[in-house]
Design a binder for this molecule. Structure first.
Ligand SMILES: Cc1cc2nc3c(=O)[nH]c(=O)nc-3n(C[C@H](O)[C@H](O)[C@H](O)COP(=O)(O)OP(=O)(O)OC[C@H]3O[C@@H](n4cnc5c(N)ncnc54)[C@H](O)[C@@H]3O)c2cc1C
Length: 181
């Protein structure tokens, strides 16, 4: 079980309390919650079977974005199938299908790595999450986040801006005692 799974009811109650003023007079018609499946799969191609989307674990850490990556992985896999089947003339092998994975990891590997790292650092405690929110007030961080989200790649920063953001990040983490064990 994931660490927050048992706390779903408590977390829902927290949201309801915070939104109480806006919900006044409203009626609950359905209560539903589901953890976002952000678990990369160690085996995504076996034999003639290739996984895409959530089945392959393509939801990104930190942002929980999965729709784009589900559609994109399906497209890349389908393109590999068409390419290696010679438009349907032969059955693609496991090696052929693995080309889709190679291309996928080349295109998005860094994005997954960076977002995983962000989540490990900033989602480890409430203090770290607060530091993350503080850091996101910075316009350069907002621009980087927006561009990366839009272009689905880690957009490189000007080195000076990078230095400033790094210093601010460390400052936020230290101020919030977010690095304490
Ligand atoms: C609470 C929540 C919030 C999210 N918010 C966002 C968001 O804001 N932005 C974003 O980009 N992503 C978000 N995601 C992630 C996103 O929804 C998924 O990554 C995306 O829908 C994955 O698409 P998919 O086609 O791989 O899988 P799915 O959308 O899960 O599609 C799989 C389909 O297969 C069907 N199926 C399963 N088993 C069988 C079977 N045996 N036979 C036939 N059919 C079967 C299922 O019913 C389902 O319709 C969120 C996820 C959750 C849970």
């Amino acid at each position: 079980m994931k660490p927050n799974q048992a706390r779903i009811k408590q977390l829902q109650a927290g949201i309801r309390t915070r939104a109480a003023a806006r919900l006044r007079g409203g009626k609950i018609i359905r209560v539903e919650a589901h953890p976002i499946p952000e678990h990369p799969r160690p085996r995504r191609v076996v034999g003639r079977v290739a996984l895409v989307g959530d089945a392959a674990g393509t939801v990104t850490k930190s942002s929980g974005e999965g729709i784009y990556f589900a559609a994109k992985s399906a497209r890349m896999c389908a393109e590999a199938v068409v390419e290696f089947s010679n438009n349907g003339a032969r059955v693609p092998t496991e090696q052929d299908l693995k080309v889709y994975l190679k291309r996928w990891d080349k295109q998005y590997g860094t994005t997954y790595l960076v977002l995983d790292l962000l989540q490990r650092v900033f989602y480890r405690s409430d203090a770290a999450r607060e530091a993350f929110v503080e850091m996101c007030a910075d316009m350069d961080v907002q621009k980087l986040t927006f561009d990366s989200y839009l272009y689905k790649t880690v957009v490189p920063m000007n080195p000076l801006v990078q230095l400033k953001v790094t210093a601010k990040t460390i400052g936020s983490l230290l101020r919030g005692h977010a690095l304490a064990p």
